[in-house]
Ligand binder design. Structure first.
Ligand code: AHR
Length: 314
């Protein structure tokens, strides 16, 4: 009796199966699907019990999921916040319950206090840098220093870190190239369907206003792929009549580049699963984590697409 129990409670924490609650944004893009697969596969591989919840791109669902993880007393909570703000209450609750929180992919802003006090680490890409890379590639490719270049922009989810930061980075670089003008900019919510719908509207209003669209910058590949359909249906050649640059580097983008319909994709890696499991384990053994774990990423123009496609993991 008692001896056994004592042995049990003395067992080091690391031997017990870690329970990780993960609240995912949704399944809005090829990127997101790959991210979910990476997390599920890595949890299995690491022997971590994963409680996975899909928020269908709604913040209220993510807050509910996090509250339920707190109630279930999971060891670690991780989530990819659909938007930047509105997390104050639920993160305070997690902190009060002494459950460490890991941010994956997207950052947050608190309305009061320091966001960094409410999570142990934030792992993911530098979205501002991705926006800059897209613009730098574009300026290089277009080789137009004086003629006006009309750009339309398909933004990601309103209020999300990648939409805010990619726009910012892109505009920062274009500031030094005043002949580039963003003539239309709207959200396509990171989906193919909305990307297509909004591009249709862009094409129609540009035509009505007698403007020519030279470039499309899409905050993700899925919206670019949707827009490609709209451009073709309007009788234009995507990749030629309209130069297209997007972000993520999913297989669908490489296929579109090989078909000559997309000109460049800036990489954003969704393969965060192994890092997340490592971080959860480190936390359980009392290791200190860096506040920021940055993903390494490249830029892939159409010329390298055929050679690179076989190496792509998502
Ligand atoms: O937060 C990362 C972004 O979310 C990806 O670029 C996009 O495809 C996804 O939906």
């Amino acid at each position: 009796g008692t001896k056994k129990e004592a042995a049990k409670s003395d067992a080091p924490k690391a031997d017990k199966k870690i329970v990780l609650g993960f609240s995912q944004v949704g399944a809005e893009s090829e990127w997101r699907t790959a991210n979910t697969e990476s997390i599920k596969a890595a949890a299995k591989e690491a022997g971590i019990e994963l409680k996975f919840s899909d928020a269908q791109q709604k913040q209220e669902n993510q807050i509910k999921a996090i509250r339920s993880f707190i109630q279930q007393k999971v060891d670690v909570i991780a989530f990819s916040p659909v938007v930047e703000t509105g997390w104050d209450d639920v993160l305070k609750e997690a902190k009060a319950a002494k459950i460490p929180v890991i941010l994956t992919d997207r950052a947050i802003k608190m309305s009061s206090g320091n966001a960094e006090d409410y999570y142990v680490t934030f792992m993911g890409s530098d979205f501002v840098e991705e926006g800059k890379r897209a613009a730098k590639w574009l300026v290089d490719y277009m080789k137009k220093d004086n003629e006006p270049v009309n750009v339309v922009e398909l933004q990601g989810t309103v209020g999300s870190a990648p939409a805010i930061d990619r726009k910012k980075g892109f505009e920062e670089v274009l500031k030094d190239h005043p002949n580039y003008k963003i003539i239309k900019s709207q959200t396509g919510d990171f989906t193919r369907a909305k990307g297509k719908e909004v591009m249709e509207a862009f094409l129609k209003s540009a035509q009505a206003e007698g403007q020519k669209i030279d470039v499309l910058f899409a905050h993700n590949d899925d919206m670019a792929i949707g827009a490609i359909q709209a451009i073709e249906e309007a009788g234009l050649k995507p990749g030629k009549d309209i130069v297209i640059v997007s972000i993520d580097g999913v297989k669908g983008a490489f296929e579109a580049m090989i078909a000559g319909k997309l000109n460049c994709t800036v990489e954003c890696s969704p393969l965060l699963g192994p890092q997340l499991m490592e971080a959860a384990k480190d936390l359980m053994t009392g290791k200190q984590l860096p506040k920021r774990i940055l993903t390494k990423e490249g830029v892939f123009p159409a010329e390298v697409a055929a050679k690179e496609l076989p190496n792509r993991k998502y």
